[in-house]
Design a protein around this ligand. Structure first.
Ligand code: ATP
Ligand code: MG
Length: 342
């Protein structure tokens, strides 16, 4: 395995709850193989929100799915370790992993409607969690299910009796957050929790996520395109490009002085920092992962490239000078001036 430094390790002495190291995922299709995750390492510390940001196809969901053993059949986990409180998730027997997934690490999926079981009423789905994981009686499980909904929705009894198709998008989103958090997990992986939501629902969902963030000892791995969400929720940020983390820092440093030309470009292309839905997009195209050249994958879109960038292998993550190792960037010619000009 690759001996890359861990890009999202904090300088604090706290031990990570979740530690991912040297992760590599490749998908096989009939035409090609796609190296979707190329040596990703990250640490999630107790109580923090670590945002993983990047354009569509950069490998964010693949990282999340690999962590939780949810990769599809055509994916191969080629290398890497995932450690949760010191236990290896990748080597864990299936039944134990399922238990960890329900009780200790929860996943909030992007598409709430399709993540819920269509043939079961919402209350039954929630109650089932308490019955199977906590050994609750049917009555107690039902009460616990309604209690979860009470904290999230105005009409919990009606929602408990509804089938998923009878819920609005926003209600389904909150039910899913309720399901994910019902058993008080210490880690929540939220994959684009605010994508495709109208502004009012987005706002409510963000408030719910803020409530989770403010709970002590809950850590969130927040996957998003949306820098508004990053600004509101994240403590630290890891920027992904073409299957790799290319920059990581605390959230203030990322916004004030992004060092990678890709991060700089994403932030510069934001139309309005105070408008909802500020998506991570910029001119040019993400590279074809199946035919990546050995040099920096951002080279064709980069206006900072030097001859070193054209002749040497892709740069590795290195600490930014003067940052105590908390800010790291994979670039031979990082941005030399802050976005604010200081
Ligand atoms: P988005 O923001 O659109 O959700 P993402 O950053 O989550 O994107 P992934 O879904 O992890 O990106 O995809 C990374 C790469 O892997 C993409 O090129 C994608 O096309 C490819 N990929 C993902 N799932 C599969 C699959 N099941 N089979 C083949 N290729 C896949
Ligand atoms: Mg995704």
């Amino acid at each position: 395995m690759n001996e890359s430094p861990n890009p999202t390790a904090s300088v604090t002495d706290a031990r990570p709850v979740l530690a991912v190291s040297g992760l590599r995922v490749r998908y096989r299709t009939e035409e090609e193989t796609i190296p979707a995750v190329r040596d990703v390492s990250l640490d999630l510390f107790p109580g923090e929100v670590l945002a993983v940001v990047g354009e569509s196809g950069s490998g964010k969901s693949s990282v999340a799915h690999a962590i939780l053993g949810l990769l599809p059949a055509n994916a191969k986990l080629e290398a890497g370790t995932v450690s949760f409180r010191g236990r290896s998730l990748l080597d864990m027997p299936r039944n134990q992993l399922q238990q960890v997934r329900g009780e200790e690490i929860a996943m909030i999926f992007q598409d709430a409607q399709s993540a819920l079981t269509p043939t079961l009423r919402v209350g039954e789905q929630l109650a089932e969690l308490f019955e199977s994981h906590r050994g609750a009686s049917e009555d107690d499980a039902r009460k616990a299910a309604v209690d979860v909904l009470k904290g999230l929705l105005a009409d919990p009894l009606r929602v408990a009796d509804a089938y998923p198709f009878q819920l609005s998008g926003g209600m389904a989103q909150r039910v899913m957050i309720g399901m994910a958090t019902a058993l008080d997990p210490s880690v929540i992986i939220a994959d684009e929790p605010t994508a495709n939501l109208d502004p009012a629902v987005r706002h409510e969902t963000l408030s719910t996520l803020e409530g989770l963030r403010d709970q002590e000892d809950v850590s969130v791995l927040l996957i998003t395109h949306d820098f508004g969400v990053v600004a509101r929720l994240a403590d630290r940020v890891a920027v992904m490009y073409a299957g790799e983390i290319v920059e990581t820092a605390d959230v203030r440093s990322i916004f004030r002085w992004p060092r990678h030309p890709y991060t700089f470009g994403l932030l510069q292309s934001l139309p309005d920092m105070h408008r909802p839905g500020r998506m991570a997009t910029m001119p040019g195209h993400a590279p074809d992962l199946a035919t990546l050249p050995p040099e920096c994958p951002f080279l064709p879109r980069c206006n900072k490239a030097t001859s070193q960038c054209r002749t040497e292998p892709a740069p590795r993550l290195m600490p930014v000078e003067g940052s105590d190792g908390e800010h790291m960037v994979a670039c031979y010619n990082p941005i030399a001036v802050s976005l604010r000009g200081d």
